[in-house]
Design a protein around this ligand. Structure first.
Ligand SMILES: Nc1ncnc2c1ncn2[C@@H]1O[C@H](COP(=O)(O)OP(=O)(O)O)[C@@H](O)[C@H]1O
Ligand SMILES: [Mg+2]
Length: 339
């Protein structure tokens, strides 16, 4: 049933570059295998920047890693598919094909990537290692492409390629993370919390760069963040995440200004800077989802939801289109009740 709904209720009649469908990712714990991502579905459309938002612990990084089929042990993708144009279902790839998909098609900038460079090698040496790992024959062309990208992100290529990570600021390292993600000509760029560890000025600079490379290289971009301020500045579409099926998705402006799901409303209410009114800020009651506490039946948000009804404890709401371009998973009627 779910599959039928997802097929027919595609939010927009646009080509899809990446389609995550009904994806569940579990981690093995003392209590058995517990889902960190449960039946998540996301479409990434060429030319658009999609923002994936949710509180810490809602499974954003797990989902982003799953898109590269790179969920670390003790985690595994237990069901669902991730279809990428030209690659097929990434969850079925392994070995050389998978290695080439990572970087060759899917560019990834890790959470805290400013700390993920090798401290013992210059950036240039790491670039060559990357090229060799991907069987790049013309390493000079790779260096030329890197130099071009380094200039595009506003840095001096000669200096950067000769530098060790400790010689570069956090903002510079984040930019180099973006360069390394794109240097093998990836079409899809996935950035996990790209601004989180940066000061405000570096944050603005990095967002500006993401916007520019996205446009200039004609990318399909996913930006993963807990910060609604970031997505409000950069995202075309927004997908909200909360442990279970995505509560809500739609055009960023519409979702931010007219949130339909009680969780999105609570999240925005807790972020005064979106509305620019501190007095309007409310604390989001309760705790974010946790592997051990997420309800296994009904709506995952119901314990924190001010509008929960008896049905919410019984049935998990399906993600369905309720107005053109917008989908939500909630038993509460979308209009009237919430406003
Ligand atoms: N290696 C792991 N082993 C067990 N649980 C994990 C592991 N990594 C993440 N988790 C759990 O999975 C859930 C989602 O984590 P994560 O994807 O990092 O969320 P987010 O990026 O939204 O903060 C959390 O409850 C977290 O504790
Ligand atoms: Mg994370």
């Amino acid at each position: 049933m779910t599959e039928t709904i997802q097929q027919t209720d595609r939010p927009v009649d646009q080509p899809v570059e990446v389609s995550v469908s009904d994806l569940t990712v579990v981690y093995r714990t003392d209590l058995g295998e517990l889902p960190a991502v449960s039946r998540a579905s996301i479409d990434l459309v060429p030319g658009q920047i999609t923002g994936l938002v949710g509180e810490s612990g809602s499974g954003k990084s797990t989902l982003a890693l799953a898109m590269l089929n790179a969920v670390p042990s003790p985690g595994r993708i237990s069901s669902g598919s991730i279809t990428v144009t030209g690659l097929g279902d990434v969850t079925k790839l392994a070995g050389r094909k998978l290695r080439h998909a990572r970087g060759g098609t899917l560019g990834y900038v890790f959470q805290a990537s400013q700390n993920s460079l090798n401290p013992l090698k210059t950036i240039g040496k790491q670039l060559l290692d990357l090229g060799r790992a991907h069987d790049v024959r013309d390493l000079r062309a790779l260096v030329r492409r890197a130099a071009q990208l380094i200039s595009e992100v506003g840095l001096d290529p000669d200096r950067v390629l000769d530098s060790y990570q400790h010689e570069l600021s956090g903002g510079m390292r984040q930019r180099i993370g973006i360069v390394l993600a794109l240097v093998l000509n990836a079409r899809v760029l996935i950035l996990d919390e790209p601004t989180t560890a940066l000061d405000v000025l570096s944050q603005a600079a990095v967002l500006d760069i993401v916007r520019r490379v996205h446009r200039d290289s004609g990318l399909t971009t996913l930006i993963v963040t807990h910060d609604l301020g970031v997505v409000s500045e950069i995202a075309d579409r927004l997908v909200v995440m909360y442990g279970g099926p995505n509560p809500e998705e739609g055009p960023a402006t519409a979702v931010l200004h007219e949130p339909s799901h009680p969780y999105t409303r609570a999240l925005i209410g807790a972020m005064a800077r979106i509305v620019g009114d501190i007095s309007a800020a409310r604390v989001l009651p309760g705790r974010p989802p946790d592997l051990t506490t997420v309800p296994r039946q009904g709506c995952v948000f119901r314990d924190r939801c001010p509008l929960a009804m008896p049905v919410c404890a019984e049935e998990e709401p399906e993600l369905v289109q309720w107005t053109p371009g917008r989908r939500r998973a909630c038993h509460v009627e979308p209009t009237g009740v919430l406003s």
